[in-house]
Design a protein around this ligand. Structure first.
Ligand code: NAG
Length: 294
């Protein structure tokens, strides 16, 4: 019969369907990596190697942009530039992507996730990022402000000129909170500490992620306080207040409490890891990252 020829026999169709199903469920999603301040894609090659080894066939994209000195450009400018590259990768990856961002890169990625509607990021990993701000005389800070003690940096940072430097965008002096809120044009908006008209939209965009993974630890040496890597920060007496008691969490200004209540927040604290070693430590990779990059 002529009509029966139109239907492929089961022995042809079934393996084909199985093959398609396997292709859909087994492929690892692409992983996009964003570097930190004073580094570039080269420094993160070990990490991309870990991913390829653990999950063969994964497409790992190390974004080659605003490297080294250029990583000091203003935060919103970086959000815009990285956002364009990340958006183009997402558009050719309809199955979704993962975003793995190191140090300052974690804040850039949060900016991208807040600003891009309809993004398809599944897991967002912030690897030792100063998510609640930075207040410390660390090696990195002294490279930017050679002669300034941490108590004086606010003078430089909290004005129009200072805000042209990336670090000033997340410099949070707990003794000068009102100046921080008034003059810092990046972190107070991102954290919703300073209300603004895009808050609802940014929150919705950010909440499209399926999983938020925060990684950090007490021996970091750069992120200060180190608890900032999971949204803890100093009060005005420099005592650390944990994430759940931060106003942005309690008020759920950008979706953090919602993510936590949804069961989609994972915090991984590891000791014995220095700031520049987070991305090359295999134990950190297997303990904190591997399971989410599928
Ligand atoms: C790697 O990380 C583990 C914790 O996950 C830590 O105990 C160890 O000291 C680290 N190794 C190096 C070489 O940093």
């Amino acid at each position: 019969m002529r009509s029966s020829r139109m239907i492929p026999p089961a022995r042809v169709l079934l393996p084909l369907l199985l093959l398609l199903a396997a292709g859909c469920t087994d492929a690892y999603k692409p992983v996009i990596i964003v570097h930190g301040i004073f580094d570039g894609p080269k420094e993160l090659e070990t990490l991309s190697g870990f991913i390829e080894e653990a999950h063969p066939g994964t497409e790992v994209i190390l974004i080659d942009l605003l490297n080294y000195r250029s990583s000091m450009e203003p935060m919103w400018k970086q959000v815009d530039k990285f956002g364009k590259v990340i958006q183009s990768i997402m558009q050719r990856s309809p199955e979704g992507v993962h975003l793995l961002c190191f140090s300052q890169g974690g804040l850039i990625c949060r900016g991208v996730l807040s600003l891009i509607p309809n993004h398809n990021v599944h897991t967002f990993i912030a690897l030792s990022s100063p998510l609640a701000g930075q207040f410390g005389d660390t090696d990195y800070v002294s490279r930017v402000f050679p002669d300034r003690a941490k108590t004086k940096v606010y003078v430089f940072c909290y004005n129009k000129l200072g805000q042209k430097l990336s670090v000033c965008g997340y410099w949070k002096d707990p003794h000068h909170t009102s100046a921080y809120l008034r003059h810092n044009i990046f972190l107070p908006l991102l954290n919703g500490e300073k209300p603004h008209s895009n808050m609802k939209e940014w929150r919705e965009n950010f909440l499209r992620i399926k999983k938020l993974v925060l990684i950090g630890g007490p021996d970091d040496g750069v992120i200060t306080p180190w608890q900032s890597s999971h949204f803890g920060f100093y009060d005005c007496e420099e005592n650390v207040v944990e994430m759940k008691n931060q106003e942005f969490y309690v008020k759920d200004t950008f979706g953090l409490q919602t993510l936590d209540a949804r069961g989609d927040l994972s915090v991984c604290v590891q000791s014995g890891v220095k700031h520049v070693e987070w991305h090359s430590n295999f134990t950190v990779f297997t303990t904190c990252m591997e399971e989410w990059l599928v």
